[in-house]
Design a protein around this ligand. Structure first.
Ligand code: HEM
Length: 169
């Protein structure tokens, strides 16, 4: 048992709280972007634009960073160097890709001149459910994927030096 075992419940509740905010935000943002329609009038347009921007930069992106940071901590504290975890990370990469895409649409809409049509939210929201369902299945069922061969370096920490020099002051 690791010395850090007592912090697992705290780290895990931080992880779950932050990923709830992150995933809820990923569902909300495409819907908010779809409301970026000049037809709603100048004042409402300014309001939705500001709300989307602030939600993305001050809540949803920090929640994503903390969810990923606490998840990374959990890997080492719990010592889960197992296949379902790596499969989960592939889906997490898809979520990060979705997050970046939302950011791109936001900046494109807000900062570049010209008329931009925001994407209809149905397809993005449908696509978003796929990695989230995949992640929840993997992390809750923790299926034994042991038959799938993995290279040794994925199965345990190797204690290697970083391949580059870390600047020191
Ligand atoms: C880079 C990102 C992530 C990493 C490294 C990570 C890693 C981990 C680890 C190591 C655990 C503990 C597993 C255990 O105790 O056996 C965990 C728990 C959990 N993760 Fe993540 N995770 C990440 C992102 C996510 C996301 C995006 C979701 C959901 C959409 C998610 C959902 C959960 C849930 C529900 C648990 C608690 C399940 C349980 O232990 O019973 N994680 N995560």
């Amino acid at each position: 048992m690791s010395m850090l075992e007592p912090i697992v419940p705290h780290l895990k509740s931080l992880h779950v709280t932050m990923l709830l905010i992150w995933c809820a935000g990923l569902f909300a943002l495409p819907l908010m972007l779809a409301r970026h329609d000049p037809a709603i009038g100048q004042a409402d347009y300014a309001r939705i634009r500001k709300a989307t921007h602030y939600a993305y930069t001050f809540f949803i992106t920090p929640a994503a960073v903390i969810a990923i940071g606490s998840g990374t901590g959990l890997i080492f504290v719990r010592g889960v160097f197992v296949t379902w975890l790596f499969a989960k990370l592939v889906f997490v990469a898809a979520l990060v890709g979705f997050h970046v895409w939302v950011g791109y649409v936001l900046v494109d809409k807000a900062e570049r001149q010209g008329v931009h049509k925001t994407p209809h939210p149905t397809l993005p929201l449908f696509l978003l459910t796929l990695p989230i369902t995949g992640i929840l299945f993997l992390v809750l069922a923790k299926p034994d994927l042991g038959q799938i061969p993995l290279p040794d370096w994925l199965q345990q920490p190797l204690g290697n030096q970083l391949p580059f020099d870390v600047p020191r002051r």
